[in-house]
Structure formats: structure tokens, C-alpha cells
Design a protein around this ligand. Sequence first.
Ligand code: FES
Ligand SMILES: [Fe+2]
Length: 372
Amino acid sequence: MSNLVALATSNTASTPPATLIYDDWYPAMRSDRLRGRQTATTMLLGVPLLLGRTRENKLFAMRDSCPHRGIPLSYGWFDSAHVTCKYHGWKFDPVTGQCADIPSLTPQDTLDCSRIYATAFPCEERDGYAWVYVPSPGSGRLRPEDVAALPPVPELPKFGPRSRSAHLMADLPCNVDHGTIGLMDPAHGPFVHQSWWWRSGKSIHVKEKLFEPIPQGFRMSAHAPSANSAPYKLLGVYGQPITTTIDFVLPNRRYETIRCGDKWFSSLTTVTPVTATESRIDVYAAWNVFYYVPFVLPIAKSFGQRFVEQDRLTMIQQAQGLRFSPSLMLIDDADRPAKWYFALKQARLHSASSGEPFEHPLTGPAILRWRS
Ligand code: FES
Ligand SMILES: [Fe+2]
């Protein structure tokens, strides 16, 4: 390897691995990639997946690996009913993973192929995502009664029947922890997102926000949004009080709701671990504000894209520094949400490994103050 290649490779190395939270739903991909017999592959929590849609319009997510000899099932065929492995032609029901045929068996064979299963994960469509439930490794096949008892599939709250929506995504070269604390980091805005339409370093002022615990997370309680940001100024044209609420919920979800009379904007941002060292940020938003104003969708999308790109670029740069495992710090109060995230995650992992009930690290409401 030439020195140049070695340098290029080491520059793409990402952050140290994060511990992953299993037994929850993660967005695997946009579901419009799965049309007709089209299948697609992706990776969630280091698990290679094959996704598709059956004739009955049911999404499926299988481990992209044949239980016979491990070749990716994505090299085989999908006929809208079964996935067939390309190596020896074993056929699987993609939703349950159950084996439907082993072509090499003779009438003398006693092997019952219906007792063989490929790994299939629960997969549901919401808000244009294929959400996949990823159980902890080695937890065995989920029975139908286990699937029925799973937590609900995450969904963006909507406050009326008519809305516009948009989706943005970016790959992040950092582990899920760095991506997630970036989601709830109030102090980076004036620096990373400096632009005429948002806010500039000069407009920094003291903020004081009330937070409260909610199940598996915390809420920045309904408050009047920062008066120095242009999008909020725009909403002021409706002449009604504006409130915004931001929730963080384990494992990776940030819900933001802005309401102004019967006008609303709602977004769900997730940072999903693709592997233990890399993640992906997705933003799905819906709104009924400026419903009839032309070009709002493309303009909002391009602003949103620029916003996400600013975060992504910063994380690429941060990953360059994190490769050397520097010691890091979290300060009060600006990094307190990040501290809460780590404490919540720890509590969740502890509860999962010990079987003890989840103990919420926030015992009551708290006021945080910072300048941004
Ligand atoms: S490896 Fe898939 S059928 Fe043999
Ligand atoms: Fe940001």
C-alpha cells in the first residue's frame, strides 16, 4: 500500500465503537425503495439485512444470510412470495423466515424443512420508513405472541389530516453516541449553523429552559421558541403564540413539535447505529404551516439539507479527532442533556442485562441555563 493510500484509508476510520441498545425499533430505510419485487440491503446495528415487500404489501426484513451455509440471501431471487437462496435453492417465507422447500431432499429424507428458519425480524411501515425491530443477539426466534407484545412502532405525531412532509438523511462517520448527543447539543447552533437565515454568533444570549423526565427520556417543556431565529420569526406571521416542545426518547429519537394555533410543524430525528462505529441521521418532518404557499417544500428541504450537512461535516471533522481516543468532557449546563442521554442509556442497558426494572435517572423537573 502506498503512503497516500494508507493516509486516505486512515482518514476514513471512524470513532471507537459504541455499546448498542437492542430490543427496539430502528428505521432501516425509506420504504419507497421497496416497490414490487425490488429488494434492498442495508445494515442495522451491524446486522446485514435484506428488505422487501410481499405480494400482500407486507414489508419484511431478513438477516441477509442463508441459514444453510451463510451466503447472503440477497444473491438469490425473490418472487413476491418467497426468497430463494442462490446456492442450493432453499426457499424461505420472508416474513416468518420459515423454510418452505429444500430442493435436494428425496422422498426418503425425513428432514422436515418447515422446522428450519432463516432469521426474520419484525418490520413495519410508518411515515415512509421500514422500521425493523432488532432483538438482542442470541435471543432466539420471536414467536407470534412475542411480536404481538412488542412496543409500538415509533410514529411522527401529526395534528391534523392535511400536511406536507419531507425526509432528509445523511451518513455519519461517528458512533451512535456522538451522533445522538449532537442532536441535543444546544451550544453548537450559533457556530455550526451560522447563516443569515438562522442566527449568528453575535445573537448569542442566555437561555433558560425547563426539562422534565418522560418515559425512557426527557422533555424540554413547551416554551416560546428562540426569538432570534428566522424560521420562528416567520411563524410569527400567524399572530398566535408559538410553543415548541422537544422530546428525547431512547434509543435514538428526538421529536420536535412547534404549534401556533391550528398551525403546526412536527419532526422526528433519529440517529441510527448502522454498525457500532457508524451511524445515520434521518429527519422526517410534517407540517401544515404555509400549506398553500408555493415552493415551501423545496425551500424547506434545501434549508433542512443544508442544516443536516453542516452537522454531518462537523461530525466528519470531529471523527478525525476522535480516532486518537482523546479524553473528552461534558460541562454543565450546556452538556447536561448529553449526560442525561448517557445515564438513560446506562439505565436501559443495566435493566436489560439484570432484568431489573428500568430506573429513570431524572428524578424530577430541572431548569438548565446556557448561552446560545
Ligand atoms: S447456502 Fe443457501 S441453500 Fe445452501
Ligand atoms: Fe446541529
